[in-house]
Design a protein around this ligand. Sequence first.
Ligand code: NDP
Length: 248
Amino acid sequence: MTIAWRDKVAVVTGGSRGIGRHIALQLAKAGLKVAVSYRGNETAAQETEALIRQQGAESLLLQLDVSQIANAQVLIDQVLQTWGRVDVVVNNAGIARDTLLLRMKDSDWTEVIQTDLTGVFAVTRASMRPMMKQRFGRIVNIASIAGLMGNVGQANYAAAKAGVIGFTRSVAREMASRNITVNAVAPGLIETDLTHDMSEDALQALVKQVPLGRLGRPDEVADAVWYLINADYVTGQTLVVDGGLVMD
Ligand code: NDP
């Protein structure tokens, strides 16, 4: 089935920068109205909004911290008040606090779990009622290959992202009969602020292990998200976008 996307409504958490911005633009290009949530980077969020509007699409910016459970309902309620429906949710907001387990502070653990896993739970749960009423919904959660293979210095992040994959499969089973699909994308090393923060040596050592021999681009992750949003007969899957680093 080809879905008529014009005037449908999407929410992208963490859409102000990086991968989320590219996902938001992909959706805007297809004619969806796009709500972008972000945590604090007002300048980046406004740039994204301007880019969405250049595509001729409507947009809504919402500054809120997805690590606070109550904010998820605020986010979805704002979108419903503005546009009356919610068809697509991309749970993209995420942070890393990398350090070896022996040095990991309680806050390194809780901040990552609250943002990367609890945030996905809360926003997905808040989206379910409107999607059930519509008998249509598409959820895509951004996981990571760290959630599949683990990674030194990322016990917190890998646990959160593995959690996202298990959560995706469970909700996909619960919601399939309502015509709501729930999938995940697991990016590898993608060129964004998140990877710019890594040391050049650590980054180059990792790039050497990528069969396709380079970092990925945010628009390449957005392409995978767009595929899953359009796929009628795919649910509960994790699509890996990593240049061949992980092969099952
Ligand atoms: P960036 O750091 O470039 O952008 C992160 C985005 O998330 C920003 O929009 C930021 O808002 C938002 N955000 C962070 N914390 C919160 C919060 N508590 N509440 C609301 N919004 C928040 O990240 P990437 O684009 O690189 O990553 C996007 C997703 O992809 C993440 O889930 C990440 O884990 C995942 N990923 C990234 C990889 C990579 O190599 N880059 C690899 C694998 C997975 P603000 O601008 O206001 O700070």
